[in-house]
Design a protein around this ligand. Sequence first.
Ligand SMILES: Cc1cc2nc3c(=O)[nH]c(=O)nc-3n(C[C@H](O)[C@H](O)[C@H](O)COP(=O)(O)OP(=O)(O)OC[C@H]3O[C@@H](n4cnc5c(N)ncnc54)[C@H](O)[C@@H]3O)c2cc1C
Ligand code: FES
Length: 253
Amino acid sequence: MKDLLATVKSNALIAENIYMITLTLPESAGKIKGGQFVNLSTGEGSHLLRRPLGVMKVEGDDISLCYQLKGEGTHKLSEAKAGDALKILLPLGNGFDLSGKKNIVVIGGGVGVFPLIATIREHCGDKKFYSYIGFRSKASVCLLDELEKSEKLTVVTDDGSFGGKGNAVEAYLMDAENIEADCIIACGPPVMLKVLKQKLSERGNKIPCYVSLEERMGCGVGACLVCVCKKTDGSNARVCKDGPVFDINEVEL
Ligand SMILES: Cc1cc2nc3c(=O)[nH]c(=O)nc-3n(C[C@H](O)[C@H](O)[C@H](O)COP(=O)(O)OP(=O)(O)OC[C@H]3O[C@@H](n4cnc5c(N)ncnc54)[C@H](O)[C@@H]3O)c2cc1C
Ligand code: FES
């Protein structure tokens, strides 16, 4: 893990309320796995805690993150300009471990799509991805060129204004019989992951499924316990340090 002062290369709106920021690191951060995240300061002199954001793309010493405007932190971040310096702690968390897997179903909803893109980019040379991606509406659809690295891509929207109408879990379940997958990975809003767990259980799913969780975070490195989630064995886990990726059967959703 490194704490670096990165330089903003670009920071632009790519869809409704969604920005992509690319930062140049002063040195290599080492290998970054899809599903790992960074803790990013929100602007010069900001009193705010750093914000956790999933890594979307790494190219040399440039790292790209995509973020949805939410509250004070992400609004402040959207004001960052090329040349500004931001503090970045990375890489954090465990990321997706796809060793030994060949045919992977990807289920992503909303901002959950971004860390999944990093995972597809990392492995698309030697693994096949079957992606089911849900956005709110046409205005929030973005990064299709990255998602098209999948063997098969299905995009749906809540209102049907782009692709089919529906959500990513439904889109996968309608097609599940046609895919010989050996792994499922998913990231999206809590309700999406909860429904996924319930539906997979109802179907007697035997394919390993890994989900990336989002929790409010403080330190991002396992020290403050702000991000604790409940495991199904009754114990607790820190989403930042023990996750954010967990076996879906291991955590309460
Ligand atoms: C591992 C991880 C990866 C993430 N990756 C992305 C991503 O790639 N793109 C993206 O748009 N968002 C992502 N998020 C969510 C993002 O961190 C929050 O939307 C952001 O911190 C909101 O900050 P804010 O100041 O604008 O909002 P506020 O609501 O004003 O934030 C107040 C506080 O709550 C925390 N917080 C608020 N919402 C969340 C949330 N959903 N998850 C975690 N902390 C939150 C903030 O960090 C801050 O400390 C990720 C969260 C986690 C935990
Ligand atoms: S954010 Fe501090 S322990 Fe996870």
